[in-house]
Design a protein around this ligand. Structure first.
Ligand code: PHE
Length: 454
C-alpha cells in the first residue's frame, strides 16, 4: 500500500548506499573525539560496559524503529510523524518528535561545527610539521592557544559550516554517497595503524585494562546518563537523522541487517579510537579525564614521534574532518528538508537560512572556550550545557517517544510489514525491547540521574 509513497528528495541507489550514508552519519566526532574523553572522565571500564549495553538493547532496536518509521512515512521527521500518526490513530501532539528532533539537530550542529573546526585547524598544523618531536607540554600549550583565540575558532567554525551547507544544498544523495564509500574504510585503516603504533608504546595493557575491566565504584548516576546519551548520540538516534535517511531507503532492504551493520561499524570505530588514544595517555603520564581536548592533546604526541608522523597526522585529521562532515550533513538535513517541504523554499535558500542560524549559535560555543569560560549555569559553560541538554536529554527523550509510538501506537501490522523479518521470534524480541525495555531503561536512567531513585 505504501509502494506509491515516495520521498520528494530522491532515493538511495541501493542498500549499500544507505548503509554508507547512515554509517557516515553515525561515525563522526562522537566516536573519535567524544567517546574517548567521556570514557576518560567517567573512569573507564564500567562506563564502556554500560555504553555497550545501551548500544545493544536500546540503540539497535531504536535504530530499526527510526528507519521503519522513515521508510513508511517518506518525509521529513515532522511530516513522517504527521502521516504515521494518522495511520496509528494517534494524537496530533506526536508531531513533537519531529519538532524536537529538528531543534536538537540544529543545536548539536552549532557546537559540532566548532569542534570539527578544531580538527580542521589540526589538519593544517599537522601538515606544517608543527608537532615534530614536540613534548606533551608543548602539545598541550598549542591546544590551549587555539582555544584562547576566538578569531581562529570562529574562522574554522565558519569554514566547516560553509562546507556542510554546500553539500546539503546539492542534495545528500549526490556526492556524499560516493565520498563516504572510500573515506570510511580509509579512516578505519588509519585507526588500525594508530592502534598498532599504540601497542608498541608500552602502556597498551594499561589502556586495555582501563577500557575493559569495569570498576563500578567509579560510575555515578550522571555517568550512566552520559553513557546512555552517548549511545544515542553516536548512532545519530532520537532526532530524526536516521529517520530521514530511512525515508530514502528502497522498499526491500532489510532494516534489521543494515541496523546491525551500522551499529557494529560505529562501535568498532569508537573502541579502536579508545585503543589508539589511551596508551598515549598512560605512556606520557597524562590525565585520562582531561576533557574535550583529549585527542588534540594526545594524538599529536604520537604523530610527532613516529616515522612519517606528519603525513599520518595530516591524513588522520583530514579523515576525521570528513567523518564529521558526513555527520554534520545529517544533523541539519531534517531542518533543511522541512523548510523545503513546508515553507516552499528552494533547497539553496533553505540552506542559507538554516546555515546562518546554526553558525550564529555556534559563536556561543566559540566564546565558551575563552571570553565566556567563567560564565556558568549549573556549573556548566555554554558548550557543556548545550552538549548535556542535547545528547543526554533531548536525544534519549526523542528515542523514548519513538519507542512508545512504534511499539504502543503504530499497528503491529505496519511494523511487521516494514521489518519483514523471517523469524517470528526475532520480531517479538525486537518488539519486546522497544515496547518495554527501551522506555523503562530511559526512564530509570533519567530518574536515577536526578537522584529520585538509586
Ligand atoms: N553520530 C554523530 C557522531 O557520532 C553525531 C550525530 C548525532 C549525527 C545525531 C547526527 C545526529 O559524531
Amino acid at each position: 500500500m505504501d509502494d506509491t509513497r515516495q520521498s520528494v528528495h530522491g532515493q538511495w541507489s541501493g542498500r549499500w548506499a544507505f548503509v554508507f550514508a547512515a554509517t557516515g552519519s553515525a561515525v563522526g566526532l562522537g566516536n573519535i573525539w567524544k567517546f574517548p574523553y567521556i570514557t576518560g572522565e567517567n573512569g573507564g571500564g564500567a562506563f564502556v560496559l554500560i555504553y555497550l549495553a545501551c548500544i545493544a538493547v536500546i540503540g539497535i532496536p531504536i535504530m530499526m524503529a527510526e528507519i521503519l518509521l522513515g521508510r513508511r512515512g517518506r518525509g521529513t521527521p515532522i511530516n513522517t510523524m504527521r502521516r504515521l500518526l494518522r495511520e496509528a490513530g494517534a494524537h496530533k501532539a506526536w508531531q513533537v518528535v519531529g519538532w524536537m528532533g529538528m531543534l536538537a539537530g540544529f543545536l548539536i550542529l552549532s557546537y559540532y561545527s566548532v569542534i570539527a573546526g578544531w580538527a580542521l585547524a589540526y589538519v593544517l598544523r599537522m601538515g606544517s610539521g608543527e608537532f615534530v618531536d614536540a613534548t606533551p607540554e608543548r602539545v598541550g600549550e598549542l591546544f590551549a592557544g587555539l582555544l584562547a583565540s576566538p578569531g581562529q575558532l570562529l574562522f574554522w567554525h565558519s569554514l566547516f559550516m560553509l562546507m556542510t551547507m554546500l553539500v546539503v544544498a546539492r542534495g545528500v544523495e549526490q556526492g556524499l554517497e560516493k565520498a563516504v564509500r572510500f573515506l570510511m574504510p580509509a579512516l578505519f585503516v588509519l585507526l588500525l595503524i594508530m592502534v598498532g603504533y599504540a601497542m608498541s608504546m608500552g602502556a597498551f595493557s594499561q589502556a586495555v585494562d582501563f577500557l575493559f575491566s569495569p570498576d563500578f565504584s567509579k560510575i555515578t548516576g550522571t555517568g550512566v546518563l552520559i553513557a546512555m546519551g552517548h549511545a544515542f548520540f553516536t548512532l545519530s538516534l532520537g532526532m530524526g537523522a536516521i529517520m530521514i535517511y530511512g525515508a530514502y531507503l528502497p522498499r526491500h532492504t532489510s532494516i534489521t541487517q543494515t541496523s546491525i551493520m551500522i551499529a557494529g561499524a560505529d562501535t568498532l570505530v569508537a573502541l579502536l579510537a579508545g585503543l589508539a588514544i589511551f596508551p598515549i595517555v598512560f605512556a606520557n603520564g597524562l590525565e585520562p579525564g582531561a576533557g574535550p581536548g583529549l585527542i588534540f592533546e594526545t594524538l599529536p604526541i604520537a604523530f610527532g614521534h613516529m616515522p612519517g608522523g606528519s603525513l599520518f597526522g595530516f591524513l588522520f585529521f583530514l579523515l576525521l574532518v570528513f567523518a564529521a562532515w558526513s555527520s554534520a550533513i545529517s544533523l541539519i538535513e531534517p531542518a533543511v528538508t522541512w523548510l523545503v517541504e513546508n515553507r516552499n523554499m528552494s533547497r539553496v535558500r533553505a540552506c542559507v537560512w538554516a546555515g546562518l542560524a546554526t553558525w550564529l549559535l555556534g559563536i556561543g560555543t566559540v566564546l565558551s572556550f575563552n571570553y565566556w569560560s567563567e560564565i556558568k549555569l549549573f556549573g556548566k559553560t555554554f558548550f557543556d550545557l548545550l552538549d548535556f541538554l542535547t545528547a543526554n536529554i533531548m536525544l534519549p527523550l526523542g528515542g523514548l517517544l519513538i519507542a512508545i509510538f512504534v511499539a504502543w501506537l503504530l499497528p503491529r501490522l505496519s511494523s511487521q510489514e516494514e521489518l519483514a523479518m523471517r523469524s517470528e521470534l526475532a520480531y517479538h524480541v525486537w518488539h519486546g525491547l522497544v515496547r518495554y525495555v527501551t522506555p523503562l531503561a530511559v526512564i530509570i536512567v533519567f530518574l536515577n540521574a536526578i537522584g529520585v531513585i538509586g
